[in-house]
Design a protein around this ligand. Structure first.
Ligand SMILES: *Cc1c(COP(=O)(O)O)cnc(C)c1O
Length: 419
């Protein structure tokens, strides 16, 4: 380590040991990035991406070549029939909500087979909040197959549970939970079990935080629709906002009808000046995801050295970019998050405080000094202020900056007596 930042020797020694322990994982992450980059590069070539695609369009956006070509490129990368990649999605939750309202009809049943969905979706579904305007309000029934005590899908129960459901919903990432992320092989198993009793079900995957983490994507495992945010993995830290839905053409069209209007769907919605950032972001994404993964692996190995439990467990396959550090006390969480903030390139001088974030059930503390507001592909740490005081760490546009951020956080814990 260079001497620009003065970290304690104890931390520097632990960091060296952590990088040694991470060598094999880093090598595998590099191989996955190489594969992801090849997929993206080939798609750009196949669909003849050119400067004309970056020019953008205004008004209604008829024949918006940048937008239409990006949809094709995206579908090619994720091996789907079609895709809807839009800056008009205000967030991942909006894209997920659009997909659910796009596909489900009154009288249909939605079943989540990975337990409780991400916090922000509870109000969309209508299991929290006033319910007004939710899926429940439109007569869509919600069922949930809880995870096992080990936080794994209840595979044996899936064939029976999904009978009659229109949408079988899976969340790939762990989200704010301690269960492991689903890997693509896990998803393949769920798809197979679902098809045994419900071949017609739409298998929808919340793919947030999962893109480019493995060689394959859920759509390679038979999922019908995947949904995600462009200020997470597939935006590569470059896309300024947006989300995507990709999968079977008929379903993507239904989602486009919901996003814009019935009959207009994908034909409208101008790209404005967002195209270049979305293309460049997708191009960068496999490598940026690798940097984020390496940052997370480094953090886990470092905090193991320092005596904390961390997830994913050593030796397990990652399915998302999240690393969980079990910091055990609210004070340690605050010190860690303050250090992540202080180690950021943007807003390094502010101190994060826990607050009642809209859509979340308990107070949440968030540290993020990002170029793009709320972009969690950039180094960020957050967590609900509740036992077991686990901090969820994700992002890192470059490994070098990610590592400095983690060390700054550890140093802050040391300085405040939390290590
Ligand atoms: C981030 C996330 C969402 C919601 O995305 P927002 O962009 O924050 O609305 C949904 N599911 C998972 C697993 C996520 O990580």
């Amino acid at each position: 380590m260079d001497q620009i930042f003065a970290f304690d020797d104890r931390l520097l020694n632990a960091a060296a040991a952590a990088e040694k322990a991470a060598e094999e994982q880093f090598a595998e992450i590099g191989r996955i990035a190489q594969h992801g980059t090849a997929k993206v590069l080939r798609a750009f070539q196949k669909y003849r991406v050119s400067a004309a695609c970056f020019a953008g369009a205004n008004g209604y956006g008829y024949d918006d070549v940048g937008r239409d070509t990006l949809d094709k490129v995206w579908a090619d990368v994720f091996h789907t029939e079609d895709a809807l990649v839009r800056h008009h999605f205000v967030s991942g939750t909006h894209a997920l909500s659009t997909a659910l309202f796009g596909v489900l009809r009154t009288g249909d049943t939605l079943i989540s087979v990975t337990g409780a969905p991400y916090d922000t979706l509870e109000e969309v579904i209508g299991i929290r909040g006033s319910g007004s305007g939710s899926l429940a309000d439109f007569g869509i029934q919600y069922k949930q197959l809880d995870l096992t005590a080990e936080g794994r899908p209840d595979y044996d129960a899936i064939p029976q549970a999904v009978r009659g459901a229109r949408v079988v919903y899976l969340q790939r990432s762990r989200g704010y939970s301690l269960r492991p992320a689903l890997t693509v092989p896990d998803i393949r198993r769920i798809v197979t079990l679902t098809r045994q009793t419900n071949p017609e079900a739409v298998i929808m995957v919340d793919n947030c935080y999962g893109e480019f983490v493995e060689y394959d994507e859920p759509t390679d495992a038979g999922a019908d629709l995947i949904i995600g945010s462009l200020i997470k993995n597939p935006g590569g830290g470059i896309a300024e906002t947006g989300g995507y839905i990709a999968g079977r053409a008929k379903l993507v069209e239904q989602c486009a009808y919901r996003l814009t209007c019935v009959g207009m769907g994908k034909e409208v919605g101008c790209s404005l000046n967002q195209c270049r950032a979305m293309y460049l972001g997708l191009f960068m994404a496999p490598e940026v995801v690798a940097n984020a993964r390496k940052t997370g692996v480094f953090a886990a190995e470092l905090f193991r050295q320092l005596g904390f439990e961390c997830l994913p467990e050593a030796g397990s396959t990652a399915g998302d970019i999240i690393t969980v550090l079990m910091l055990r006390t609210p004070e340690a969480m605050e010190a860690f998050c303050a250090g992540i903030q202080a180690g950021s390139p943007v807003d390094s001088y502010v101190t994060p405080e826990a607050w009642d974030m809209p859509g979340y059930e308990s107070k949440v503390i968030m540290a993020a000094g990002t170029f793009t507001g709320g972009a969690s592909i950039e180094l960020s740490a957050d967590g609900p202020m509740r036992a077991p005081y686990a901090v969820y760490l994700q992002g890192g546009l470059t490994y070098s900056s990610g590592k400095l951020g983690i060390l700054t956080a550890a140093q802050r814990m040391l300085d405040t007596g939390r290590l």
